[in-house]
Write a protein that binds this ligand. Structure first.
Ligand code: ADP
Ligand code: DP6
Ligand code: CO
Length: 339
């Protein structure tokens, strides 16, 4: 019998991935950039047991049994096993996968990223595989390839039809920008109405704006973001982060039928950030929203105390169902996953 347990971080994109050029291989239409968050507060934890005594393969997520036959799970397992030494005894054993997220699943807080990065990382340990695995994590969920690495990470869209070059690389380690902090404001921890997968599929099929983004905006923006991170230029970083989040959600509205992920509370947070920055006469705090209403705030340590007290003032507890109510975690960029 062999048992492995791994944890993997959530990552929050500052240049968003929204749209695929290949649904099955999960190849994106543009590069994206993110930071992997500290696993101290938010993480996926996955245990895999392989044993000659197991009669069938099983997969449990957050205490509920899931089908083992989903195409994404199968693709990841197939891709990992293709790199495994077939003479290892565990190659022929059935496996039982048990995964838990310690934060809301499918609520726009990147559970698929942490979840599949963790799964693929654990599978790689189980089958004793070394080397690049971000291309395999990508086949579970696109954003998962970025959670394989710590710190600041770029997912290169790649050019090959096989997806072999659609991998993640680290731009800078977590300690490159030690003053950076992320606050997650959970507006609503329910499952989103439409998954990221289905939302971005409809976008690719129907949005004209997304073509404009892919052809004329995002490449130049990704370059400017990489430079802002390398130079630790917070003001440029903040402006690009907010603009890119806004463009992704504008594209969601340009999708037909539209996918609306942000709600009134999300928009109130956007207004609050802009008012705060206006008061401070510069971009001191930046929001970004994934496919859900919850805000991730990137800011430097020097702003944390003041910004949190403003949030507490504007969204006092006890909160309404639709107010910022769940969690005000403060989390640092994550270091490398253990290899
Ligand atoms: P999110 O915004 O949380 O990433 P998605 O719609 O992208 O939401 O993906 C949610 C899906 O990701 C879940 O329904 C599940 O299939 C998968 N997922 C989430 N967490 C895990 C995990 N720990 N292990 C494996 N798969 C996971
Ligand atoms: C808004 O990676 O969850 O979070 O590849 O279909 O699983 P699939 O989608 P997913 O999409 C993430 C979209 C996003 C932006 C981002 O993380 O870059
Ligand atoms: Co996701």
């Amino acid at each position: 019998m062999k048992i492995v347990t791994c944890v993997a971080p959530v990552n929050i994109a500052v240049i968003k991935y929204w749209g695929k050029r290949d649904e099955n291989l999960i190849l994106p239409i543009n590069d994206s950039i993110s930071a992997s968050l500290s696993t101290d507060i938010m993480c996926a934890k996955t245990t895999i047991m392989a044993s000659p005594l197991l009669k069938e393969n099983k997969f449990w997520l957050n205490g509920r049994e899931q089908t083992f036959d989903s195409p994404r799970l199968s693709n990841c397992i197939k891709a990992i096993r293709a790199r495994c030494d077939e003479t290892l005894p565990q190659f022929n054993w059935k496996i039982s996968i048990c995964s838990e997220n310690n934060f809301p699943t499918a609520a726009g807080l990147a559970s698929s990223a942490a979840g599949y990065a963790c799964l693929v990382h654990a599978l790689a340990h189980l089958y004793e595989i070394k080397g690049e695995i971000s291309d395999i994590a990508r086949q579970g969920s696109g954003s998962a390839c970025r959670s394989i690495y710590g710190g600041w990470v770029q997912w290169h869209k790649g050019d090959l039809p096989t997806g072999a070059d659609s991998i993640a690389t680290q731009i800078a380690p977590a300690d490159h920008w030690p003053e950076m902090r992320i606050i997650v404001l959970v507006v609503n921890d329910c499952r989103k109405k439409y998954s990221s997968t289905s939302g971005m599929k409809t976008t690719t099929e129907t949005s004209t704006l997304v073509k404009f983004r892919a052809e004329s905006v995002v490449n130049q923006r990704a370059k400017a973001m990489k430079k802002a991170i390398e130079d630790k230029d917070y003001e440029s970083f903040a402006e690009i982060t907010m603009k890119d989040s806004n463009q992704m959600h504008a594209i969601c509205l340009d999708t037909f039928p539209p996918c609306v992920y942000m709600n009134d509370t999300s928009h109130a947070i956007v207004n609050l950030v802009h008012s705060y920055n206006e008061y401070k006469k510069g971009q001191k705090v930046a929001y970004t929203f994934d496919a859900g209403p919850n805000a991730c705030i990137y800011l430097l340590q020097s702003e944390v105390e003041q910004f949190i007290s403003v949030v507490n003032h504007v969204f006092p507890k006890p909160a309404d169902i639709d107010a910022v109510e769940y969690y005000r975690g403060l989390t640092l960029p994550n270091k490398q996953l253990d290899k």
